[in-house]
Design a protein around this ligand. Structure first.
Ligand code: NAP
Length: 471
């Protein structure tokens, strides 16, 4: 039998679906999984009757691939990747290419690219987004490493990716760990939007007093607007309409209110702090998940700490999509994207990634979890002005911010008056208000620092460094 075009290691949810995607697009594949029974199950199940072969050992797997070999790893991020690299290396030859399609930490990828390239193997760190359905039907892919390594898989990934009006949702991102860095920030933005929609649901439920079906109706209205039309709003409507098979009540109300946070959201925030990028909306979403996991403490605190009791308040007509709340949600989603793009722009300079922001917006338009109509506007904003200081200052976005800021302020004050937490909405309000304020009160912070620690300060009216004997 002729050798296969592509090898895949790791038949988890993503791996299985990516294999079927590649096969559907005309490529032959060899699969390997650490636990062989999974390989057998796949070959006898979803993989049956297709140009897919299995291998029991890594030696057999490598032997079944055409040279130079192209091997996609879809396994758990972390030490598992290093183990597999170590195990497979002795079977590989110069020029063979390993691709890590999992959610690896970008610094790990940076290290692996340089180690593997120094041995004349190719290595790509490729973020893949879209969940199981995206993997099967067409994901968004963010490959980083050398351009030559990308060239070796370009014909495969451009066919496998989601397709939008201006091409496939995959493009060479840049050197080293840049592909995984961009995927990390993608997930940070995703964290933000998920939390924003959860806060909107909470306000509609507890402050406006409407039920899941009615909230789902509002989501449907939002999904028909240019600003909010997106995969996440679409699935929020689905989640809210889904009934429990046991008693036909709203399933979402049966789910424990604890959200996990895996690596990528945390890494986005840590990177932002390291690079001096301001990402408060994204940070608030991460902290929202951390706070959610303190369930036992929250139950105890509810009986000790008191706040205002909730009174019904108007957030605009639900038949019109609750206009004030919609304004707030739109601006918080804008802020999530703006903060993510800003982080990418700062990281690009610091790490010399030379990221092309319009291309990144383009490959996020289809296949991935944060796909949204809005990405066309984001792409345009960076195409029109590659040096834009912040997405929100682009003329179209600025007009939106100016029109909707009173709505966001009203919703945040309503939430505060009712004692309902809205970390992403309130952080967004502070983010925008801070960013549009040319003189902030950090002059006083500087005075205090000079007072207790002689840290010196600069003056608004003279050049130089000054110290005052304050005490
Ligand atoms: P997963 O549950 O993260 O990983 C399962 C796969 O990893 C299995 O094939 C497992 O083999 C293999 N594995 C674990 N430890 C291993 C080791 N030490 N050596 C060799 N193989 C090992 O699967 P997934 O959800 O498909 O995700 C794969 C990667 O894509 C992850 O990095 C994940 O973060 C990322 N990702 C996931 C999604 C998603 O929606 N699920 C979306 C985007 C990206 P065994 O069967 O032998 O245990």
């Amino acid at each position: 039998m002729s050798k296969a075009h592509l090898g895949l290691i790791g038949l988890g949810v993503m791996g299985e679906n990516l294999v079927l995607n590649a096969e559907r697009n005309g490529f032959s594949i060899v699969v390997y999984n650490r636990t062989y029974s999974k390989t057998e199950d796949f070959l006898n199940g979803r993989g049956a009757g297709k140009k897919i072969e299995g291998a029991k050992t890594l030696g057999e797997f490598v032997d079944k691939l055409e040279k130079p070999r192209r091997i996609l790893m879809m396994i758990k991020a972390g030490t598992a990747i290093d183990k597999v690299i170590e195990q497979i290396s002795s079977f590989l030859e110069e020029g063979d290419l390993l691709i890590d399609g999992g959610n690896s930490e970008f610094r790990d990828t940076e290290r692996r690219v340089s180690e593997l390239e120094s041995k004349n193997f190719g290595y790509l760190g490729m973020g893949v987004s879209g969940g199981s359905k995206g993997a099967l039907e067409g994901p968004s892919m963010m490959p980083g490493g050398t351009r030559d390594s990308y060239k070796a898989i370009e014909n495969i990934v451009t066919k496998m990716a989601a397709q939008v009006e201006d091409g496939p949702c995959v493009k060479y991102i840049g050197p080293g760990g840049s592909g995984h860095f961009v995927k990390t920030v993608h997930n940070g933005i995703e964290y933000g939007i998920e939390q924003i929609l959860a806060e909107a649901y909470d306000l509609m439920k507890r402050v406006a007093g409407i039920n899941c079906e009615e909230i789902a109706d509002v989501m449907r209205i939002w999904n028909n607007t240019e600003e909010l039309s997106s995969y996440l709003v679409e699935i929020t409507e689905v989640c809210l309409r889904t009934k429990d098979t046991y008693d036909k009540s709203d399933l979402v109300e049966k789910i424990v209110d604890k959200a996990g946070q895996k690596g990528t959201g945390l890494w986005t925030v840590v990177s932002a702090l390291e690079l001096g990028a301001s990402v408060p909306t994204i940070y608030a979403s991460l902290n929202g998940r951390v706070m959610s996991s303190m369930k036992d403490q929250r139950i105890l605190a509810e009986s000790i700490l008191q706040g205002p009791s909730i009174t019904y308040s108007d957030m605009g007509s639900k038949d019109k999509g609750m206009p004030l709340l919609k304004d707030a949600v739109i601006l918080a989603c804008f802020a999530s994207y703006a903060q993510g793009m800003d982080l990418l722009s700062i990281a690009s300079k610091e790490y010399n990634y030379q990221l092309d922001l319009p291309s990144i917006a383009q490959i996020w338009k289809g296949g991935c979890i944060i796909r949204a109509k809005l990405l066309k506007r984001i792409q345009n904003a960076y195409e029109n002005n590659s040096n834009i200081s912040n997405l929100l200052t682009d003329p179209w976005f600025a007009e939106q911010v100016n029109a909707r800021l009173p709505g966001l302020a009203r919703i945040v004050s309503l939430a505060a008056a009712n004692g309902v937490p809205v970390p992403c909405l309130s952080s967004t309000l502070d983010y925008i208000n801070s960013y549009r304020t040319s003189r902030l009160p950090q002059n006083l912070v500087q005075a205090m620092r000079d007072c207790f620690g002689s840290h010196t300060y600069q003056r608004v009216d003279m050049d130089g460094s000054f110290h005052t004997d304050w005490l």
